[in-house]
Ligand binder design. Sequence first.
Ligand code: AHN
Ligand code: ZN
Length: 332
Amino acid sequence: MKNLIMLLLISCFLLSIESCQWSNKDSKSATTVEIKVDVPEFDADKAYQFIQEQVDFGPRVPNTQQHVECGEYIAQKLKEFGAVVTNQYADLIAYNGTILKSRNIIGSYKPETKKRIALFAHWDTRPWADNDRNKSNHYKPVLGANDGASGVGVLLEIARQINMQAPELGIDIILVDAEDYGEHRQESPSYKEEAWGLGSQYWARYPHVEKYNARFGILLDMVGGKDATFYKEGYSEHFAPDVNKKVWKAAKKLGYNKFFVNEKTGSVTDDHLFVNRIAHIPTIDIVPNIVNAQHSSFGDFWHTVHDDMSNISKETLKAVGQTILTVIYNEQ
Ligand code: AHN
Ligand code: ZN
């Protein structure tokens, strides 16, 4: 009997140590467990449709009727997807003195929230296909399926997703105008960076809300091309290396390392440069770098009359869109 009681006491003692260890183990592993957030599924068919709908207006060159109509379409879409829409109308002066009737269109979610992310794309298209192999096309406008519509298409699909399930942070979708009115190649051999990104320069100087700030920004430029590859662009690495890391890490986790190559490349004069320099918001550019291209590292149809829907790939749109959604829904 004594022995039995002894045995019981010992086993109780051992059990209590065990359970103590278990609870220790438990609390330890709880601290290392990743917080899983629900990231919505980016629908590349929808993004493709939003690109098609812009392209259907024809080229969206400032001071044209197609431009006015497409601006209305974009603002309407953002409203349909529940954003608070702000329009910034401005007369911007191009390098050649042309006054551009310009419209930045901003769609905001949770506008009262201080913690924010800014997502950028340009919605205008270039007045001249001055990189075309055929000289007779050098004064024809660019249709801009990739160069213009793709970034907007991806961001409209992101807006649609945000409307169905809100992320923690406030989001601003900032669609800038007059990006692509830089000097005509055959006219001005000198290269002036301030001739590009007129709409983003204006927004950076006069943000849509006073004292606007965001944790970081991401610019999408030409994100729909077939076989596109994206590298860590120079200015992005200079101004916002942590944002680059975050985005490329998310892409890798999703298995998109074929699209997002974890290497640095040269700098591109693009809207993010002015957002960084003037508004001081750390902003990266997701812009293609096609290593084996013959006519342009942005893709051989860049600034040609062939920048049409035939070059748009749903796989590329999905890789970019899902990566951005993953980044924004994981911010706390
Ligand atoms: C230049 O190559 C000057 N700019 C690239 C920015 C750009 C033009 N994005 C679209 N079109
Ligand atoms: Zn362009």
